[in-house]
Structure formats: C-alpha cells, structure tokens
Design a protein around this ligand. Structure first.
Ligand code: GAR
Length: 213
C-alpha cells in the first residue's frame, strides 16, 4: 500500500476530505508550517501523526525547505500532497520530489495562478470557474494537470459564495486524484501532460450558461 504525507498551512478541509475518503493508502503524517493551523487538530482526531516545521524558525526558504524535506523523508512517502500549503517552495525542493508532489489550486489552471483566485474570476467575468489538481513543477501553479472541476459563476455570486462552490468540488477531485496516483493510473507524457488509465466520462461537455433548446 502506498504511503502519503499531507502538507497544510490552515484549516485543512482538503486534507480532511482525503482522510475521510477511505482511500487504499496509508497517511503517514500531516505536516504544517504553522503550529496554529486548524487542520492539525483534525488530523489528530483521525489518529494521524502530525509535525510542525515552522518557516519562521528558518533563516531563508532554502533552510526551511531542507528542514521540511528531512521531516518528509523520515516517513518515506510515495506521494506528497499539498493541501492548502501556502509556502512557495524552492526549485531544489520541487525537483527532489518531481513526479510525486501534487497540489490543489482554486482555479481552472492555467487561468488565475497565485492568490485571490475567486475575486479575480469575478472581476474577469468568466462564466466557468473551478479548481485543478496538478503535479508541482518549479513554476508556481503550472505543472501537469491531473483533474479539474468547473462550476458556474452566478450573477449574484460574492467571493464567499463562489469559493464555497469551488471548495465543494475541491473535496471531490482531490481524493480522486490521490486515489489514481496510488493505483498507479497516472502517467506524465514527454510533453508534460497527464494521461490516465481507464476513465469513464472523460468526454463530458459543460456549458454555462446553458443554451436554450
Ligand atoms: C483551498 O481552497 C486550496 O485550493 C487553496 O487554499 C485553500 C485551502 O483550504 N490553495 C491554494 O490557494 C494554493 N495555491 P483548506 O485548508 O481548507 O484545504
């Protein structure tokens, strides 16, 4: 059975969705860069080992990433899952775990990389917004995409209502992506795109607003 380590910085709802999905894997540890992260208590409730590597206790990104890497390696994970982990990682760190480091981002990448994605989607007037799970590469929010979910942007949406609609989909697609990885169903092509063995419904079409018939 594959082993994963989950990295969090805050409330940890994506982590929780993975813990509660009853996936065929072992969650070896949850590691946070912040001792105040709400997700630590949730992980403990699930009986998961937790660790804190505080970024403020390290002189620079390289020192923090070295300490974080040492903590991760102690658990010998097959996959490292970034679940609302809000630190920018060094190229050295990302390359060390290339192909076994994944992230969830609250937009339909490559649109809206970075922060405040829901506000920016509203400002841009897009009709579909969503979330993406991707492999992590050195360029922020740019790695090969594993799965995306789209939601409609409604006329009366606020940042809060839109982010809640997207978050509900994050909680569906992240456990799914982790499951696929752990079942050895994901592979990255030489062009840097992800292919997936045996997926049903991969040709689904989504329109928003719907077209009157
Ligand atoms: C999630 O919406 C996740 O997509 C986002 O932070 C939130 C964490 O929530 N991640 C990023 O913006 C990474 N660039 P959670 O702690 O409840 O999972």
């Amino acid at each position: 059975m594959k082993k994963i380590v989950i990295l969090i910085s805050g409330r940890g709802s994506n982590m929780q969705s993975i813990l509660e999905a009853r996936l065929p894997l072992e969650v070896a540890a949850v590691i946070s860069n912040d001792a105040a992260a709400g997700g630590i208590a949730t992980a403990k409730k699930h009986g998961i080992v937790t660790r804190v590597v505080d970024h403020r206790a390290h002189a620079d990104r390289a020192a923090f990433d070295a300490a974080l890497g040492a903590e991760i390696d102690a658990f010998k994970p097959d996959l490292i899952v970034l679940a609302g982990f809000m630190r920018i990682l060094t190229t050295g760190f990302v390359n060390r775990y290339r192909g076994r480091l994944i992230n969830i981002h609250p937009s339909l990448l490559p649109a809206f990389t970075g922060l405040h994605t829901h506000r920016r989607a509203l400002e841009a007037g897009v009709k579909l917004h969503g979330c993406s799970v991707h492999f992590v590469t050195p360029e922020l929010d740019h790695g090969p995409i594993v799965i995306q979910a789209a939601v409609p942007v409604l006329a009366d949406d606020s940042e809060d209502t839109l982010s809640a609609r997207v978050l509900a989909q994050e909680h569906r697609i992240y456990p799914q992506a982790v499951r696929w990885f752990c079942e050895d169903r994901l592979s990255i092509t030489p062009h840097g795109t992800v292919t997936l063995k045996a997926v049903r419904g991969a040709d689904g079409v989504l329109l928003s607003p719907a077209i009157d018939s």
